[in-house]
Ligand binder design. Structure first.
Ligand SMILES: Cc1cc2nc3c(=O)[nH]c(=O)nc-3n(C[C@H](O)[C@H](O)[C@H](O)COP(=O)(O)O)c2cc1C
Length: 171
């Protein structure tokens, strides 16, 4: 993730211009219009703890089937050992660009009831996707950019001592 200079004012102006050009439907929110997947990041930018908290909070408020909140996230800020650990599991082209991101987040979902092959929620992957979309837009609202990359098969969940579950209180 990196700070985009002048955002969100510039992004809003850019989206407005594209709407005027007829390139975008007028109903598209500027946050959505300005979202794109970067593959280069500002290597000098250090994401703050408050920004990480805000991004996780956005996931916490995502909808989920039966309010099951099947997600959990491992976060690693650059210069943090977790970032280096996540970086070691990157594969393919993302291994070249993702390490420069100021924050890496491994997105996990609770698929099975512990020690059984019973599904915890048949919508777990769907719900995780929604939570990640929330995080992406929250990052965008903070003037950061978020990109997704392919999965790691490493058993990071069991290995990490810093796993954030963002479940909100059940209503
Ligand atoms: C689950 C997922 C995995 C992705 N993996 C990669 C990846 O490994 N490398 C990459 O360069 N882009 C990756 N992307 C980004 C997509 O290629 C990108 O979203 C798509 O081309 C549309 O571009 P946009 O996001 O800029 O609109 C991924 C996107 C998603 C949602």
């Amino acid at each position: 993730m990196t700070i985009a200079d002048g955002w969100p004012t510039a992004a809003r102006a850019s989206a407005a211009a594209r709407v005027d050009d007829g390139a975008l439907p007028p109903v598209l929110h500027p946050l959505l219009a300005a979202r794109w997947s970067p593959t280069t990041f500002d290597p000098s930018y250090e994401v703050t703890a408050a920004e990480v908290d805000a991004i996780l909070e956005a996931a916490r408020w995502a909808p989920s089937a039966g309010n099951s909140q099947p997600w959990a996230f491992i976060t690693g800020r650059r210069s943090d050992p977790i970032h280096a650990r996540l970086t070691r599991h990157l594969t393919g082209s993302s291994a070249a660009w993702a390490p420069s991101a100021s924050l890496l987040v491994a997105n996990l979902c609770h698929r099975y009831v512990e020690d059984t092959d019973w599904e915890y929620s048949e919508f777990a992957h769907y719900d995780l996707g929604q939570a990640v979309a929330h995080m992406t837009l929250q990052a965008q609202a903070l003037g950061l950019h978020a990109g997704s990359l392919g999965p790691s098969t490493a058993p990071l969940w069991r290995q990490s001592s810093r796993c954030h579950s963002t479940g909100k209180s059940r209503r």
